[in-house]
Design a binder for this molecule. Sequence first.
Ligand code: F6P
Length: 308
Amino acid sequence: MNAAVRAVVRSCIFYGKEAVGIYRGYDGMISGDIVSLTSRSVSNIIQRGGTILKSARSKEFMTPEGRNSAYQNLLKHNIDAIVAIGGDGTFRGAQIFSEEFGVPVVGLPGTIDNDLNGTDFTIGYDTAVNTATVAIDKVRDTASSHNRLFFIEVMGRHSGQIAMRCSIASGAEATMLPEQPMSVDELVKLLENGAGRKKSSSLVVVAEGGSPGHTIELAKEVNERFSHYDTKVTILGHLLRGGAPTVADRVLASRLGVVAVESLLANKSGVMVGVVNNEIKFTPFDHATKNVDNFEQEMLRIASILSV
Ligand code: F6P
């Protein structure tokens, strides 16, 4: 997020425009929490996790009154275009707002979940996957030293993208995903096969899906039917949303931030900027968030071949 903010601010300055930062997203737009940003305001932030502008889920922006107050504040600050960084909620808000008031808005995909159409990767995803993989590697040390079965839950609301990738990277035995649910029967069978092949431990990576913490119940259920190893659960949760971004994320955010400003200057609006096959792609907000279908069956196939 910070790399994206930096890129937007510096691109504005490069093209002779002024940049302001709106704190806490739409909440700050409604309360007028808006500050002028210079090149120096965004110095030394490319390597920092979180966002200097802070973030919030705004209930008030869902109401016409809230959006009208936000618009009045934009007029007050002479703001004539917006770069909105976020995921589905951010883009739904951006779409309604720009239709209601005619303010040009371009979006940047900022979510660790990688759950948007129109970009191969969202900003933050690579960092989250790397953080998860480092953590899972450490869990593997205990799992194999103590002959244990570990369930490791990772973030991803309605999306198994994080789970799938860190599962392959850490050599996990199984992956539980909302896109391709596996029954407890199937999982037990898979674990029994592994134990039969003399595996000293097993790791199951579970996507939190819609209910964070559900892995505890899943582990209990499996443990009742499979007692070959001691069973433990590790929930990584918000650990995945912080820390220094990877190089891939810094570069992606920088590239997209520059293009967001250039596209507003070229009168684009109502679109998210993404990268597909290493090329810039513009996707209308409603398509970026609707019926997201970016699950790669191929990854599941690779994981299952490699977990024998
Ligand atoms: O949308 C990104 C995400 O990280 C999800 O994976 C997760 O379910 C959710 O945010 C957690 O949000 P909160 O911090 O509000 O609990």
